[in-house]
Design a protein around this ligand. Sequence first.
Ligand code: ZN
Length: 383
Amino acid sequence: MASPRWHGALAVLDEVRRTPGITRAALAQRLGLSSGTVTELTARLRGLSLLGETPAPAVGRGRPTTVLTPHPDGPAVLAVDLRHEDWRCAVAGLDGNPRMIAAARHADRSPDRVRDEIGQAVRRTAGGLGDRLRAVAVSVAGTVRGGHVVQASTLGWGPVDLSPLGPPGLPMLVENDARLAGVAEARGGAAAGSSTALHVTVEVGLGGCLTVDGRPVRGATGAGGEFGHLPFGDRALRCPCGAAGCWDLMVDGRALARHLGEPAPADPRTYAAAVLARPDPAAGAAVAAAATALGTGVAGLVNALDPGVVTLGGLAAPLRAAAATAFTTAFTGGLMSFRRPDPPPVRDAVLGDDGALHGAAALALDAVLTGEMLDAWARRTGG
Ligand SMILES: [Zn+2]
């Protein structure tokens, strides 16, 4: 619960996060507050280095107003993106816009080595930001339950504790990358404006997230959203997750290689991108089979979850584009008939490779923008 002291301030900061550059007049209207109240609130937030305020360009003969932005010396969060081949580190202010500050390919993927390398970058950044740094969020290409990596098969990891990466005393979040990308698409991407949104992404296997009002649905233990392990596949195929018949195995580079009678690729993502670019009929048939599996499964999720919008990330978007008829036939055919006249739009994700970083910054900022955290920030600035 926000302490009453910060109630109005948090509402203002939420609106500025949603619409950086919003005018003070528009803010007052959106919050249903008098211009006097908004003037008081913004002055207080400016004094606390939370908001910046500049005169808006004059429009017509209306009363002059100002534009509100995150303060350049305001709180910052650190977002880390730990992927199959590399890691990246970015800093974001209250606008949630990640600014890349460090990146490297994995020299080797042992958890100790990866933790060491990222840990050094985090400590360097924390040192530079000082007490402006208020939270850290790590995106992982793996299954995360309750803030712990339980399995990351593309990294060759079992359970790995990433909590030592966070500077002591700061909120530290660890989340699945597809889930974070879904959060980012729901808040400021292709699903913005839809209260219930489904994100589906294909990299190595398939992941995704259902978001409600921009928040991920995590399940009872936090490991929800493992859509790739729905049994939409061939029961004769055993998935590295331990289950049989996973959808994961039907939509990615491993599926394409099987259809083409080629050996299982060491790097299924690069392999899939190469097959998508091939002009030969055999490649086209393999792509159509994978697009059919994708469309069928997305229809099943739409039947089950009833999203207002579906977004496709990673290779899912080019896979659909390369075999649009196969995808659409499978998607429409898989929908319950009452849904067919008005199915949810299936859109390509717009944040691309940076979706998980945007989502990590967003959830880290959620943790920062609470009454308790603002109390601590105000004590820091003597407010
Ligand atoms: Zn599986």
